[in-house]
Write a protein that binds this ligand. Sequence first.
Ligand code: C5P
Length: 219
Amino acid sequence: NNIVVAIDGYSSCGKSTLAKALAKKLHFIYVDSGAMYRAVTLYFLRNNIDLHNHEQIAEALKDIHLNFHSRDYQTHITLNDEEVSDEIRLMPVSENVSAVSAVKEVRVEMVKQQQRMGQSKNVVMDGRDIGTVVFPHAQVKLFMTADPKIRAERRFKELAPKNPDITLEEVFENLAHRDYQDTTREESPLTRAEDAIILDNTDLTPDEQLQFALDKIEP
Ligand code: C5P
């Protein structure tokens, strides 16, 4: 049987850094589920999709084709064959993604695609509902947290080189806002699965986090 490692947690807790390192070490496939919600958001923004218009949403979802190219354990995602990996990290998407991902039809479709990806292959998948909804029977579940200030600083450092106008306050606000929306939404709110192991990485280096996770996977 194939193995699924589910990594959930708040925004910018280091989920994807750990997930990529784990996938590389274990030779698993890495799936960045947040990138899928981000790509859907980009499509909705470009096409002025009204989040209250269920018919329009259903039509739009039929027209969206997402693909991962994870050759180097980075997130390379295409939206209808267009490479959008950089654009989905910019502020317009970050500011709207939590509202889009709260839409039931969007979640149903993404979960279906994510389940298909983990059906027959060993995967490390990170997101908000992987251990609770997408793979409730995942063999290993981690729930990541970190001090909100540290999270904002880390994300700011990542974004600043490509976004010269961005401020630390803006990043902090965006993370707080997304966490609020993600934990309070009606559809699959972000919550720790009962059997998920908590990993607080405020004071851990990436290597220490990797070792912590490996210890849980290969006891
Ligand atoms: O992981 P990332 O921060 O890129 O995710 C962007 C947004 O996508 C989250 O803030 C959340 O609103 C949504 N998301 C989700 N469920 C997932 C992954 C991401 O709702 N499994």
